[in-house]
Each structure stands twice: as C-alpha cells, then as structure tokens.
Design a protein. Structure first.
Length: 250
C-alpha cells in the first residue's frame, strides 16, 4: 500500500471490485426476509477491554435519516445502497491496516494502530490516506452507480483523532453485546463530525502534528473553540479540515 498517492494498480482493482459488488447486489432478489425474531448474537466475552494508543476514525453519512425508507421497496433499495457503500468502505479501511469495530447503520468506526499496515506506518497517516481514498471512491465509483439508478448520491463526513482509548465489550451475553471505544479521543473524533461539512475530513490537532510536514499545507484551521483543551497547557484543542485530495492514479 502506498500512503503518499493512489496507484493505478490499486485504483483499477477498486473499480473492478465495486462493479463486482454492484452486480452481486443487483442479482439478489428478496434480500429482506420477513421474520419475527431478531437474530441472536454469538456469545461474547463481556466486561473486558484493552488500552490502545492509536488513530480513531468515525464516518457518518449525511442526512441519512431523511432518505425515504418507509415502504418495503424503499427499505430494500436502502439496503442495496448501504450494502454497496459499506462493503467498499470497510474493505478500504482494512486495506489501509484499519480495524472496523462498529457499524452504526449510517456510519462506521475504525482504529488505526501505529506501526501497522503493509508497509508499517503511523496510524494518523494511514487513517487520513484511507479517508482520502474513501472520498474518491464514493465520488467516482459509487455515486455514478447510484445516479444511474436514479438514487440520490451519498455524501459523508469523517472525523479522525489520535490518543489513548480503551476498547471494550459491553452488554449481556446472548442478548446484546457491543464493542465500544472509551476515552476522550473517541469522544472527540465522534463529536467533531458536527463541525464537518458534507464530504469533508476533520482531524484533531494531535493528528495534524503527527502527519508528515509536507501534508501540513492541507491542514486548514476549522474550529478553535471546540470545548476541549490540552491537559498539560490548557490551550484549546483545535480542529482542522484536511483539504488535500488524491491526484489521478499513476
């Protein structure tokens, strides 16, 4: 994986993959079965967690609740749209060495460990590079498919922060279980989505500091009065918009 650019080989593979997923989704009929029982989760080991220092990404589809989803036909169409979108977004996150821990229905959360990925690289650089690829893939591959099907294109926003978090499993065995990220870093990464415009990547100040110096030209101050401060200095913890984009693959 090249974290500095989008290679033609990787992009060509993405194009083929999105087309394959699209064709599989189209070929499925009756994707939504009628039922009375919510499927049971596998038994989970609950009440355990691990302490990690890493970049955490939240992705959120904009205005998702306003999309028509009342009738069975609308719900099935929405399922197909989400299937196409998230199949590719999760795959991209994994290819950049990320671990997708939660899908929220209209969004996802992923972790990027330092010195992970292939080749190994910092979590912040991989998370931002991943976000850039997600944005380009949605704009040039997924949305044209939706537009051709008279479906409103998707817009989404991404928040990325870096720090120590505890990843834990909570819930009740065989009834409900969920992975959660506990800590200020996770809270900040999630809350910064409110400051993001559609199709915008927002990063915390710590992420900005950990990116290569050559990337700082694309870190534009978005918000100073965020409500968070650095513990050591009590200075405001600022949000930045990352305005860079991948150039054409080569």
């Amino acid at each position: 994986m090249d974290y500095e650019r989008l290679t033609k080989t990787y992009w060509d593979e993405q194009v083929a993959r999105v087309i394959e997923v699209r064709d599989k989704i189209i070929s499925r009929e009756g994707a939504v079965a009628t039922g009375r029982v919510v499927p049971e989760d596998e038994e989970l080991t609950l009440g355990t967690g691990r302490r990690l220092e890493m970049a955490i990404m939240f992705l959120d589809i904009c205005s998702f609740s306003g999309r028509p989803s009342e009738t069975p036909a609308e719900q099935e169409l929405m399922l197909k749209v989400l299937n196409l979108f998230f199949t590719e977004m999760v795959k991209i996150a994994e290819e950049y060495g990320g671990v997708v821990e939660k899908n929220t229905g209209d969004g996802l959360m992923a972790y990027f460990n330092d010195n992970d990925g292939n080749p190994p690289e910092s979590g912040c650089k991989r998370a931002v590079a991943c976000a850039l690829t997600m944005m380009r893939t949605n704009a040039l591959l997924i949305n044209p498919i939706l537009t051709a099907s008279t479906v409103e294109p998707l817009k989404f926003r991404i928040g990325i922060d870096y720090g120590q978090i505890t990843v834990a499993q909570i819930g009740s065995a065989r009834r409900f279980g969920s992975l959660v990220a506990i800590g200020t870093t996770a809270n900040v990464a999630c809350k910064m989505l409110a400051a993001a415009d559609p199709d915008e990547i927002i990063i915390g100040e710590t992420v900005t500091q950990k990116l290569p110096s050559s990337w700082h030209q694309w870190c534009v101050l978005k918000k100073s009065d965020t409500g968070w401060v650095f513990r050591s200095s009590q200075q405001p913890y600022r949000f930045f918009a990352f305005t860079g984009h991948w150039t054409n693959p080569r």
